[in-house]
Design a protein around this ligand. Sequence first.
Ligand code: ADP
Length: 617
Amino acid sequence: MSWVTVIWPMIASACLTLAAIYWLVWYRHRASWAPLFLALAAASTTAFTFCELSWLRAETPDDFVTAMRWAHVPMFVWLVSIAWFVRDYLHAGRRWLAWAICGLCAFSLLLTLLTPQNLNYRELPRLGQVQLLGESFTVAEAAPTPWMLVGQSAAVMLLIFVADAGVTVWRRGDRRKALMVGGSIAFFLLAALGLSIAVLWGQLQVPLVFSVLNLGVVAVLAYQLSGDPLRAVPLVRELQVSEAGLRESEARLSLAVDAGDLGIWIWDVARHEIWGSDRWRALFAFAPSEHLNVHEVLDRLHPDDREALRQTRAMAVAASQGGRYQAEYRVILPDGSTRWLSSLARVEVDRTGQPVLMRGTARDVTARKHAEQETQLLQQQIAHAGRVSLMGQLASALAHEISQPLGAILRNAEAAGLYLQHPSPDLDELREIIADIKKDDERASQVIAHMRALLRRHALDMRRLDVGALVRDVVALVRADAATRQVTLDVDVPGDLQHVRGDWVHLQQVLLNLILNGMDALDGARMEDRRVSVTARLEDARLVAIAVRDGGPGVPADLLPQIFDPFFTTKPNGMGMGLPISRTIIEAHGGRLWAEGRNGGGAAFRFTLPIAEETAG
Ligand code: ADP
């Protein structure tokens, strides 16, 4: 049996099998067009093989030419399929060139099928026989027509197209693909072109055999395409691992969400839709299956909180904080009750900076909010009560302070009266007396003003303060009391000490508390120990430290942790509010107040205050 009749049908059936396989691959997934183009190229190779076998075995010139004419149909399909395979599989190659190839191939096909003229030879060829590997093949002996160049230039264009696509892929870094696809097609095309030019232009007397070359291209492309699933195996494994990781992190997330009692929500801004977890819906008192739009949710917000929440969101988007924001707001539930929620959210924006999606969590903080409000109220009441009680202790000192200028005023007035009885009173002397009366009067009203401020003021009025003046002012207030209790007051504040930033009246209250506590601690102490000293020093570049020390028994170590607790007192008539109020005031100033043990007895209470900036008023 002739080997030709075995090999050619084998090529045909191999290509047909490939065509069937790749058609199925494409049909089942349709993820890419490449398998379909490969199936078409393989099927057209099958058809071409039969045409080729016909002309290789042709007995008349008519048979030879007819077989060649019909071979143009599968060749057209093959060229077009290969061009689009390359574009789809490599994602490279110029689209217009691909269309130009299609156009030129179609033109060549139409010329062949529609004109009676033979596109390959000027006239009906004479047939000859050539011997190859023991077989004889029919070949044509005739001059080719220039029309043949149309078909050949389509092949040349395909060569250029493939080379261009191959270079693009090579540059992209996928060298293997560039070589396998671009290189193999270019190689087989060059071989086919060389053979057709040599044979058809009468240079070489060998049989025209293209099907083997077509099969070569199809086989290489099929090999490349079949490798993709294999290469995908590690990816699939990676995907499985990451899926398992994802499940694990989902489980952890849901645990965290449960533990934090968090409701989760996602707001699709474009569609005005909100998705919320069951917990979140429960927080807003929405039914689990209820379809929600954003207006229904906004309606539940407390009217006073809507604008603040909108502004917080807008600021988060504008102020490059990655769109994150935190907010606390109230929701009014259908039964009229109010619930406080705390939200942590993130806003995603599009290219124009407009919010497109928001995600967040919500937590019920009603209990904490109520506790905070109660504590605040209590603190205000305590602070007020503290001031009132302090006033009781200060009453005698203030009475002395006021009686002193009042006495001076009286004495000056009496002196002025005496001067006026004189027939020619010394007017300069009288003016001085009146100026003294005015000064004493101002001092008395200052004392009264301080007393009223202590009783009334709640908010801090932060100003630039001279620590020395502040300390001296307080010491002046308690001096009379100290004298009665036989306590010496020492003040040591450097004249060039930096000014601090604080509220004069509140800081006075702190110093009064500490000095009066120090004097209380001296009850029953020996004469030489009866001293309370107030010193101020620069602590560091930012802070000034003020210390109030006394020569009393000190604070027992076991009581140290408790003395700042509200209502803790060891005195029969004490309230236990002086130290906690003082600490609150100092912390509100950005400082710290603490007690220290002292070697050699006595107690030391120290507090820090931030230094005022030079320009601050
Ligand atoms: P009160 O003076 O009404 O007791 P405070 O809060 O001012 O309230 O003080 C709380 C407690 O701290 C005092 O009862 C006392 O036991 C202790 N304490 C305060 N200052 C001194 C001090 N200088 N020396 C010893 N103990 C002190």
